[in-house]
Design a protein around this ligand. Structure first.
Ligand code: FAD
Length: 416
């Protein structure tokens, strides 16, 4: 049996894995990536946030993505009937990027992994991690299985687990923990968006509030294909008749905007479902490993925070791994877990606020306070570590107080 050796082993070649590999390689350490699938492979998560751009730039992966000419994204737009809540990333509180992309992930992830390979990092596709043994000195021996069934071993000084929904280390070492968010389900497809140009801002991402607690993502790609997905409770979907394909069509036909735009749209693939995706783990690090991206915690798709957390956490974790390999002391709890957790907790407040109606009150308020809107816009752009922003620093309190104030103003207006 062949045994290979490396300084850092990265599990998974999604955005988290590619960022980690590029950063470690840039610092001069030996790194290799093992990836279960053959790329390009489908994965959901097509709307990025501006905060990702800084990380792509630092990992020197931005130019490779720019070359792909993905559809640019300049803001977040929410529709409720005729009401519109429109956030433009160029009008935000935190200094940072004011645009990003909306990407078919198969192509985006392939572009990142290919660039990582081009830099000289071995990325081994169709190579699945099946077992890991950690030793007292924090080194490890990982067992991988290739597509042809052959088994290999890899020794590493450190492992970065960026295996996303695979959750390799949490599953192998029983670290999984249930999320405190209600389980939800998504039904989605890619469709030919041939009527796009008849609609206002045809290339904009839109979130449509479909029914209480139910929403739709519309993510147009540069190719003319659009990702359209419904998210709601299990009860909501149980109340729609038919198999997945019929349910999807019924939901489109039952909404005026969706019917007009997608009622006769050909599907690129038949509707798929994902359910109960929220998950977290007991710890984000341990002796000889760190977890990054979706493996740490995934909340909910509503504010497109998944790839942002994947890239930001990988960026931070790989910098710490580099310091550790250089012999420096690192405080994983304070410098990594607490930092990532603070960002996750901020988004959790907004996710919960979306589903309990607090954010609906805030987003669709008439004549919003523009300074407050700029602050919320920064959260929606992924700048959830800016302590100058009270909608980050005191996320739960600030949003609740604002919604209360709006309710009072609305009551006063109706009694006048
Ligand atoms: P992944 O992209 O999942 O990559 C992990 C890789 O690890 C995979 O390629 C996998 O094959 C590999 N792997 C797994 N197990 C093993 C193993 N044993 N050995 C080797 N390799 C392995 N995020 C957004 O930013 N925007 C959105 O619009 C958005 N929409 C979403 C909609 C829904 C319904 C859901 C559920 C999620 C959405 N997300 C969105 C979240 C997004 O999918 C993830 O957050 C993102 O893909 C995480 O990236 P990652 O690199 O951590 O993991």
């Amino acid at each position: 049996m062949k045994t290979q050796s490396t300084d850092v082993l990265v599990i998974g070649a999604g955005p988290a894995g590619s960022i980690a590999a590029a950063m470690v390689h840039q610092a001069g350490f030996k790194v290799r990536v093992v990836e279960r699938e053959k790329f390009p492979r489908f994965v959901i998560g097509e709307s990025l946030l501006p905060r990702c751009m800084e990380v792509l730039e630092e990992a020197q992966l931005l130019d490779a993505v720019k070359e792909k000419n993905f559809q640019q994204k300049f803001g977040a737009k929410f529709l409720r009937g005729d009401d519109v809540a429109d956030f433009n990333f160029s009008n935000q509180f935190t200094e940072g990027w004011n645009w990003t992309w909306q990407v078919p992930r198969a192509e985006f992830d392939l572009a990142l992994a290919t660039e990582v390979q081009r830099k000289g990092v071995p990325v081994e596709f169709e190579t699945t991690v099946t077992d890991i043994q950690f030793f007292d000195d924090e080194s490890s021996l990982t067992t991988v299985q290739r597509a042809d069934g052959s088994i290999e071993k890899i020794t590493a000084s450190f492992i970065i687990d960026a295996s996303g929904y695979g959750r390799v280390i949490p599953r192998l070492f029983n670290l999984d923990k249930p999320s405190n968010l209600d389980p939800r389900k998504a039904v989605f497809a890619h469709v030919q968006d041939k009527h796009r140009d008849q609609f206002e801002e045809p290339n904009r991402i839109i979130v449509v509030l479909y029914a209480p607690g139910v929403w739709v993502w519309i993510i147009p790609f540069a190719s003319g294909i659009t990702s359209v997905g419904f998210v709601g409770s299990f009860d909501f979907f149980n109340g729609v008749e038919g198999d997945l394909s019929q349910q999807y069509q019924t939901l489109i036909q039952d909404h005026p905007y969706l019917r007009k735009r997608f009622g006769d749209a050909a599907r690129v693939f038949e509707p798929r479902k994902l359910e109960a995706w929220s998950a977290t783990t007991e710890r984000f690090y341990g002796k000889g490993y760190v977890l990054t991206g979706n493996v740490t915690e995934f909340l909910d798709p509503i504010f497109s925070s998944g790839v942002m957390f994947a890239t930001v956490s990988s960026n931070l974790a790989s910098k710490m791994v580099i310091r550790k390999l250089r012999g420096e002391q690192v405080d994983w709890e304070q410098e990594y877990t607490q930092v990532i957790q603070q960002g996750v907790d901020t988004f959790r407040t907004y996710v919960m606020g979306w589903y309990d109606g607090t954010l609906e009150t805030v987003f669709f308020a008439k004549d919003p306070d523009l300074e407050i809107k700029r602050k919320i816009c920064s959260v929606l752009a992924g700048y959830v570590w800016d302590q100058q922003n009270d909608f980050v620093r005191d996320h739960a309190g600030a949003i609740k107080r604002l919604a209360k104030l709006i309710h009072v103003q609305q009551r006063l207006q109706t009694t006048q």
